[in-house]
Design a protein around this ligand. Structure first.
Ligand SMILES: Cc1ncc(COP(=O)(O)O)c(C=O)c1O
Length: 396
C-alpha cells in the first residue's frame, strides 16, 4: 500500500496527481476576443492597424509614460534600443554595458547582437537584482556606456539610486523590464525611469500577446526612431535610414494584449495574494528563503522564487527539484547556470561573481497558481524536509 506520509520519491503517495502545470496564464475569454478577431480578419488589416496603436496608447496611459512602441518581442525591443544607443555613443566611449549575470539569456544575446561587450555584475542575494556596490565598482573601473538592469522576477530595481549612479559615471540607464509589467517602485508603475524599459508579452508574463514586447520611454525622439527601426529602418521614404529589423507587433497579437492589459491589475493582485499565502504556509521550514521584495514596492511575482540552503534543508537544490517532481510539482532553476557560464558568453566572463554563483546554485522557482495548491505545495516541502537525509542518500 502507498504511504501517504512518505515523500513520493521514497514510494509515498504524490501530493498532486496528475502533476501541476508550472504556470497557468490568465487570459481574456475567447468570447470577449472573438468579435475583434473576426473584425481584424474580415478587414484584412493584419498588421500596422488600430489595435497596435490602441495597445500603445493604453500602455502609455497605464504606465504613465510619454511613448510606448509595440515590438515583436522583448528581445527585438532590447536589440533596437541598444542599436539606438550605439548611434549615440560619444567618441572614445567604451562599447561596454554593465548587466547582471543572474538574468535570462536574452538580456545578453541582445547586447551581443547589437555589438556591445557585456560586463557582468553581481546579483544581490536577497533581492536577486543587480548589486549596487558591485555596479559602482564596475562603473569606476570599466567605464561602461550604459547599465542594463533587470527587474528580476518582477522585483523592481531601485531606479532612483541607479539613475544617480549612472549620472555620476556618465552612463545611460536602460532596463530589461521583461517581468515588470504591473510592478510598482515606491508606489509608481515601473516604466518611466531610465532611458527606456522593455517589457515582454509572452505567455508566462503578466500582459500576454502570445509573442510580443513593448518599449516604454520618455524620450519622444527615441520612440520615433524605434518606430522606424521596427520597420526595417524604413521611415516610409523607401530610403533606408539605418539597418533595422522587421519587429512589428501584429494586429491579432495587439488585440490579445489589449484584452490582457485590462486584466493586469487583478492578475497582479491575485499573484501577490497567492505568493503571500505561500510564503506564510512555508514559514519556519529551515533552509528555505524567498526572494526579498524591494521595500515600498510591488513585484509581479512573474515567478515565485526561493533559495535552498543545502546545509539547513538537508538536500541540494537539484535533489529537492527531483523530490518535488515526484510529488507532481514542477519547478524551474532560473537562472542557473548564470549567463557568464554559458558557452556563448564565457569569453566575457572577466570578473569573479561568487554571489551570483551561489544564488544560481540554490535558486528554485515553484508554481504560483492558487491558495489551495499552495497548501499542497507547502505540505510537500515539509514531508520532503522531514525525509531529507534518506532522499539525499537515495534510500527509503
Ligand atoms: C529577463 C528577460 N529578458 C528578456 C526576455 C525575452 O523576452 P521575449 O521572449 O519576449 O523576447 C525574457 C524572457 O522571458 C526575460 O526573462
Amino acid at each position: 500500500m502507498l504511504d501517504v506520509v512518505k515523500p513520493a520519491l521514497l514510494g509515498g503517495q504524490p501530493v498532486f496527481e496528475p502533476s501541476l502545470p508550472m504556470a497557468r496564464p490568465q487570459l481574456p475569454s475567447a468570447d470577449a476576443l472573438l468579435p475583434d478577431f473576426r473584425r481584424i480578419l474580415e478587414s484584412g488589416q493584419l498588421t500596422k492597424g488600430e489595435h497596435l496603436a490602441g495597445f500603445e496608447t493604453e500602455s502609455e496611459a497605464y504606465l504613465g509614460v510619454n511613448s510606448c512602441v509595440g515590438v515583436s518581442s522583448c528581445t527585438s525591443g532590447l536589440m533596437l534600443c541598444l542599436q539606438a544607443l550605439k548611434r549615440r555613443l560619444k567618441s572614445g566611449q567604451e562599447h561596454k554595458v554593465a548587466v547582471p549575470s543572474f538574468t535570462f539569456l536574452a538580456s545578453i544575446t541582445a547586447l551581443v547582437w547589437a555589438g556591445f561587450t557585456p560586463v557582468f555584475v553581481e546579483a544581490d542575494p536577497a533581492t536577486m537584482n543587480i548589486d549596487l556596490e558591485d555596479l559602482e565598482q564596475v562603473l569606476k573601473t570599466e567605464a561602461p556606456c550604459a547599465v542594463l538592469a533587470v527587474h528580476c522576477f518582477g522585483n523592481p530595481v531601485p531606479t532612483d539610486t541607479l539613475q544617480s549612479l549612472c549620472d555620476r559615471f556618465d552612463a545611460r540607464l536602460m532596463i530589461d523590464a521583461a517581468h515588470g509589467f504591473g510592478s510598482l517602485y515606491q508606489g509608481e508603475k515601473v516604466g518611466k525611469a531610465g532611458w527606456c524599459q522593455v517589457f515582454s508579452l509572452t505567455p508566462t508574463k503578466m500582459v500576454v500577446a502570445g509573442e510580443g514586447g513593448i518599449i516604454a520611454t520618455q524620450d519622444y525622439e527615441l520612440a520615433e526612431e524605434l518606430r522606424i527601426a521596427r520597420e526595417y529602418g524604413n521611415d516610409g521614404s523607401y530610403d533606408t535610414q539605418f539597418s533595422g529589423l522587421n519587429a512589428r507587433l501584429s494586429e491579432l497579437h495587439s488585440c490579445l494584449a489589449r484584452g490582457s492589459l485590462k486584466m493586469l491589475e487583478s492578475v497582479v493582485a491575485h499573484r501577490n495574494q497567492v505568493a503571500e499565502d505561500s510564503r506564510r504556509l512555508m514559514e519556519g521550514i529551515p533552509g528555505l528563503r524567498f526572494q526579498s521584495i524591494t521595500p515600498q514596492s510591488r513585484t509581479t511575482y512573474k515567478d515565485l522564487t526561493l533559495v535552498v540552503e543545502q546545509e539547513q534543508f538537508g538536500l541540494t537544490r537539484d535533489r529537492l527539484a527531483e523530490a518535488l517532481q515526484a510529488e507532481g510539482i514542477p519547478s524551474r532553476k532560473y537562472f542557473s547556470p548564470p549567463c557568464h557560464r554559458h558557452k556563448a558568453f564565457k569569453e566575457f566572463a572577466s570578473r569573479e561573481l561568487p554571489q551570483t554563483e551561489k544564488l544560481a546554485d540554490g535558486c528554485l522557482s515553484i508554481p504560483l497558481l492558487d491558495t489551495p495548491t499552495a497548501q499542497g505545495i507547502a505540505q510537500a516541502f515539509r514531508k520532503i524536509r522531514q525525509f531529507s537525509k534518506q532522499i539525499q542518500a537515495g534510500t527509503s
